[in-house]
Design a protein around this ligand. Structure first.
Ligand code: ADP
Ligand code: MG
Length: 314
């Protein structure tokens, strides 16, 4: 019998929507795409982003401190943990239902609350740059800097926003539990929002005020689980050179060498396509036989069969 293909799927923002009702609807479509792959006989591990959701949780927790002065502000790491549970709940529920609707009743689904260790000496902590949460006035920004120790930055004339560091993931703390669950035949949702960022202090793991890129965390998890595929699902069917210009050229199939050259030439926007291509190159280049794909959610099955998407290989 052919060995089962192991796939790590990284879900982008469009797979989950921006609000509670949007997410409830979006996960049903997302679950269909994921169960398509399970039906083909693949082992699937699901990771996902959390930008809008962690922003929502963070705003709600700030509002709580206004309502109840006894409540201290909630650390960002706790907000990430809350977003993992909220998204995991909707996703595992939708996946379970889709599996049952197709008569598959022997595959359990579970979410793993995942901590991801970052390096406390990562230089990005000295220059936080990732904007999170809503825009506020200069006056509010000053209060937030003073009251919560936030770093606030003016953002392109639109007001002030909190900025945090986005350090590289170093270690997935719960990886052995995730592996055990995958090997027992579970569909596992893990590394949500890039994982809860923590640093090590002896035996204690301390939450960090940071956001780990989900594309990099998914890449690390795919390598650790010795996956065959890392599939990054986003809002475009393929990656392009000269994106958005008359010379736009969609890529079908690229070697990690070619892709590294395109990165150098500046074809991919930082903060959106660049981390995806970097993660794809890292995974595909890490061992022969590993393939990374970037495509649309609805195209994931076609992409695994080589029919569409941008494929990265050694
Ligand atoms: P996600 O929520 O999936 O992480 P992002 O918005 O962060 O999505 O990144 C995907 C977006 O990157 C695409 O919708 C596209 O507008 C943009 N993009 C930037 N550069 C490129 C490129 N070279 N090829 C394709 N898309 C690109
Ligand atoms: Mg993104």
């Amino acid at each position: 019998m052919e060995k089962k293909k192991r796939i790590v799927i990284a879900l982008g923002g469009n797979a989950l929507g921006n609000t509670l009702p949007e997410q409830m609807k979006a996960v049903k479509i997302t679950a269909k795409a994921i169960v398509d792959l399970i039906e083909e006989g693949c082992d699937v591990i699901v990771a996902h982003g959390n930008g809008p959701q962690v922003g929502m949780v963070n705003n709600a927790m700030i509002a709580l401190t206004h309502e109840d002065t006894e409540q201290p502000n909630t650390p960002l790491s706790v907000c990430v943990a809350m977003s993992q549970a909220y998204i995991g709940y909707d996703l595992q529920n939708a996946l379970r239902e889709e599996l049952l609707n197709r008569g598959i009743d022997h595959i359990p689904v579970a979410t793993m609350i995942t901590q991801v260790r970052v390096d406390a000496d990562d230089p990005v902590f000295q220059s936080p740059s990732k904007p999170i949460g809503k825009f506020v006035s200069e006056e509010q920004a000053n209060i937030m800097e003073e009251k919560y120790n936030y770093v606030m930055k003016e953002d392109a004339g639109r007001g002030y926003r909190r900025v945090v560091a986005s350090p590289k993931p170093v270690e997935i703390i719960e990886i052995e539990t995730i592996r055990t669950m995958v090997e027992a035949g579970n569909v596992v949702i893990a590394c949500g929002g890039g994982g809860i960022p923590v640093t090590r202090q002896g035996n204690h793991l301390k939450g960090a005020s940071a956001v780990i890129d989900k594309d990099f965390a998914s890449c690390l998890m795919a390598k650790e689980l010795n996956a065959d595929f890392l599939i990054i699902l986003t809002a475009v069917e393929k990656v392009a050179l000269n994106f958005g210009t008359p010379d736009e050229k969609w890529l079908n199939d690229v070697s990690v060498e070619e892709a590294a050259q395109y990165i150098k030439e500046g074809h991919f926007a930082p903060g959106s396509m660049l981390p995806k291509v970097q993660a794809a190159v890292d995974f595909a280049g890490s061992k022969p036989g590993r393939t990374a794909l970037i495509t649309l959610l609805e195209k994931s099955r076609d992409a695994v069969q080589g029919k569409t998407g941008t494929m990265f290989h050694l």
